[in-house]
Design a protein. Structure first.
Length: 308
């Protein structure tokens, strides 16, 4: 007789404060025993984008899995694993828990990809390299590859996407004035997943973000208005990728573990430098060329753009 143990659930999301504060689980896993006594595991998502799931089988009888129990989930209702019985006349006994984290594990990306600045064509901004502020989510010590920028404008201004991607997370809940604060974690955030699996996190919007989860954005697409902190208008930007799936260790000792995410030093197109890494504290002027806008567009998207 098929002996089905109670499934224990666990989950963890480490990318941003907006994710950790979500009231609804972004991903859940269910299991189903099929007529041939195999067992199918299905993932359901409430949030768009790619997730990495790590399974922990505390008990598995009359079946086995090959390799590391790490799975990429891109779509909801994804049947990502089927367990087959070794003895086809008996059922499978199993007990498992799981953890998940946003991102595609070790994606292939080009470190030389050219991005637009996060402001409209012709806007002049000051680029400041940000210190390591998010230890809760990336580890207690500064990663060796840490790179994040704060882009300041003279007045409140529209923040735009730096690259084509899918909006996978929007946190638009804070409306208090923070101009007198030097730093606060209570900021409105947009996360965009790019085609190569990298993630752009924009932090510091006024309430009233202009995009929705699941929306496709392009270089120059308006995301929202930058907020004021420490009497300066600006937005924080960092580009990351998931480099480790050791979620359990991070959950047990969040202050002692290293970052699960790698950080990318981006190349930007500006009037001052058509393709280069930004210098701290310098001013740059945004350039969003047709080539940058159309670089990752499909033929249909380019055709629709020409019609406008």
């Amino acid at each position: 007789m098929n002996k089905l143990y109670k499934v224990a659930l666990s989950f963890i999301c480490l990318l941003s404060a907006s994710i950790s504060q979500a009231q609804e689980k972004e991903l859940s896993i269910s299991s189903k025993t099929n007529s041939d006594k195999s067992v199918t595991l299905t993932a359901e998502k409430t949030s768009p984008g790619t997730y990495t799931v790590v399974l922990n089988f505390r008990d598995l009888n009359n079946s086995s899995i090959a390799g590391d129990p790490i799975y990429e989930i891109r779509h909801s209702n994804d049947n990502f694993l089927t367990l087959s019985p070794i003895n086809k006349d008996q059922g499978i006994g199993y007990s498992y828990s799981y953890s998940y984290i946003r991102g595609k594990l070790n994606p292939k990306y080009s470190p030389l990809f050219l991005y637009a600045l996060p402001y409209a064509q012709g806007k002049k901004v000051r680029a400041v390299e940000s210190g390591f502020l998010n230890a809760t989510y990336f580890g207690s010590t500064t990663p060796d590859d840490w790179k994040a920028y704060r882009f300041y404008t003279e007045n409140a201004d529209t923040v735009t996407a730096i690259r084509k991607g899918i909006v996978v997370n929007v946190s638009d809940i804070y409306d208090e004035d923070t101009k007198d604060l030097k730093y606060t974690s209570k900021v409105n955030t947009v996360i965009v997943e790019h085609a190569d699996g990298t993630l752009a996190t924009y932090k510091g919007f006024k309430k009233g973000i202009l995009v929705k989860e699941g929306q496709t954005v392009f270089p120059g697409t308006a995301l929202g208005i930058n907020s004021i902190t420490n009497e300066r208008y600006g937005i924080s930007l960092l580009i990351t990728y998931l480099k480790s799936a050791e979620i359990g260790a991070a959950k047990k000792n969040p202050k002692e573990t290293k970052s699960l995410y790698g950080f990318i030093t981006p190349y930007f197109c500006t009037t001052e430098n058509a393709n280069g890494v930004l210098t701290n504290q310098k001013y740059y002027t945004s350039v969003i060329t047709p080539e940058i806008i159309q670089k990752e567009m499909t033929k249909k998207e380019i055709k629709n753009l020409v019609k406008k």
